[in-house]
Design a protein around this ligand. Structure first.
Ligand SMILES: [Zn+2]
Length: 432
């Protein structure tokens, strides 16, 4: 059972954390950071050793060399403060996925810990822990930012439909008579899901845009007050289709690494800076990669953690919030292509760029572009017609030439179906 008053308390408290003054927001962050980092250095031995190895005091945390998912996983047992091993977490999470039990929980001396696995190719999968306290906090923040018509919306009956993968269930479980949460299992047939969604008549619809579009195409009808796009990059074409079919769309940037950005009343995405500290590494052409420090998360401290995502930031917002604005989530670096340049060096080609080229091909419904060799791209097209192959080849070659990419081979084929429940990725790096 979830403590509704606690969630509501967090939601109300959140109102005081919508800073308009950047200096105040930064003072708030540094207060949280001082307390949190001190706690983490005492309770997480891996975190303590990072400070020791870098020769830094806890107060110098912003200079700590970032770690990535690989290092987090390699040191899982000494990084987490719940005293659980990676083997225990993997066993519980995998069992839960097989049995479709979406609230896998590990009981520890410190309390219940929800476990989750992030999607990712084998060897690249992340394991994540969230304590009960953290779950309540998360629910409060989400409620405050996403419930239509806050705070009056609390007084009306709300039906929230979540269409999520198993790992999304890390954050299931907010429920009461007024606030009803319904979970639609992504592994069910899409026609069945569409029927169920129509029957629920959600006031708030939350899911990955690819799946929501598929439900729309399968005949689902719903008029939620708000559609929330999560877990995948929201592309303009999908946004337009969802707005026409269901209603207003907002985007939430939630990863297993944390709740990273939330929409403001003006429909723009702002970093969740009241709870998470962000530094950014510039990667050229306006793209940045976040290094995040979660200022509250204790079960699995996320400190100077480099995210494999690529963002484009924007200047200010008409809503006047001090939290920085994300113009676009441009893709995951894991999916970036690595192609030879005309002069023989290697170039990184971001997924966003490939999408831009293929989105210019008229009449192309769907596609996947995969790098399958050192200089070979496989383009799966739907429909797979000779004229579309020609147009796709033209757009790709001219786009790649502009970036200085040298001679590459393009192969074509029809679009193959995703694995059930797989994250939809239009640009895939499968060459290593
Ligand atoms: Zn705004």
């Amino acid at each position: 059972m979830l403590d509704r008053l606690t969630v509501l308390g967090h939601a109300l408290n959140e109102g005081g954390l919508l800073f308009r003054d950047r200096a105040k927001l930064e003072r708030h962050q540094s207060r949280l950071a001082t307390e949190h980092l001190r706690w983490a250095a005492v309770h997480s031995s891996y975190t303590a050793s990072r400070f020791r190895q870098a020769g830094l005091g806890v107060g110098q945390w912003r200079q700590l060399p970032p770690i990535s998912k690989a290092e987090m996983m390699a040191n899982f047992g000494t990084l987490n403060t719940a005293g659980v091993t990676l083997a225990e977490v993997l066993a519980v999470a995998r069992h839960a996925e097989q049995t479709r039990d979406f609230s896998p929980v590990l009981r520890t001396p410190g309390g219940e810990i929800t476990v989750g696995l992030s999607s990712g190719t084998s060897g690249n999968q992340g394991a994540f822990l969230v304590s009960r306290t953290e779950r309540l906090q998360w629910a409060g923040v989400v409620l405050r930012h996403l419930l239509p018509g806050w705070p009056a919306g609390l007084l009306r009956r709300q039906r929230v439909a979540f269409v999520l993968r198993a790992e999304g269930q890390l954050y299931r479980s907010v429920g009461s008579s007024r606030l009803h949460f319904e979970f639609l299992d992504l592994l069910r047939p899409v026609d069945e899901l569409a029927e169920r969604l129509t029957a629920i008549r959600p006031t708030l619809l939350i899911g990955p845009p690819g799946v929501l579009c598929a439900l729309l195409n399968a005949g689902a009808t719903a008029r939620p007050e708000r559609v929330v796009s999560v877990a995948e990059v929201l592309e303009d074409a999908d946004r337009a289709a969802l707005e026409a079919g269901f209603g207003p769309v907002v985007e939430v940037y939630q990863a297993t690494e944390g709740l990273l950005a939330l929409p403001c009343p003006h429909g723009h995405l702002h970093l969740n800076e009241a709870h998470v500290h962000f530094d950014f590494e510039a990667l050229g052409n306006g793209y940045v990669q976040p290094v995040l420090t979660d200022l509250r998360r204790r079960a699995q401290p996320m400190i100077r953690h480099r995210l494999n995502d690529l963002l484009v930031l924007a200047d200010g917002c008409t809503c006047e919030q001090a939290a920085r604005r994300v113009a676009r989530i441009a893709g995951r670096q894991d999916d970036a292509l690595n192609l030879p340049s005309a002069s023989g060096t290697r170039l990184t080609i971001w997924p966003d760029f490939v999408r831009g080229a293929l989105n210019r091909v008229a009449d192309l419904r769907e596609y996947r572009a995969a790098q399958v060799g050192a200089a070979t791209l496989h383009l799966q097209l739907d429909p797979d017609a000779p004229a579309l192959r020609e147009a796709a080849e033209r757009e790709m070659r001219s786009a790649l030439a502009r970036l200085g990419v040298g001679d590459i081979e393009l192969m074509f084929g029809p679009l193959l179906a995703d694995w059930p429940g797989a994250k939809r990725r239009r640009v895939v790096q499968s060459w290593h």
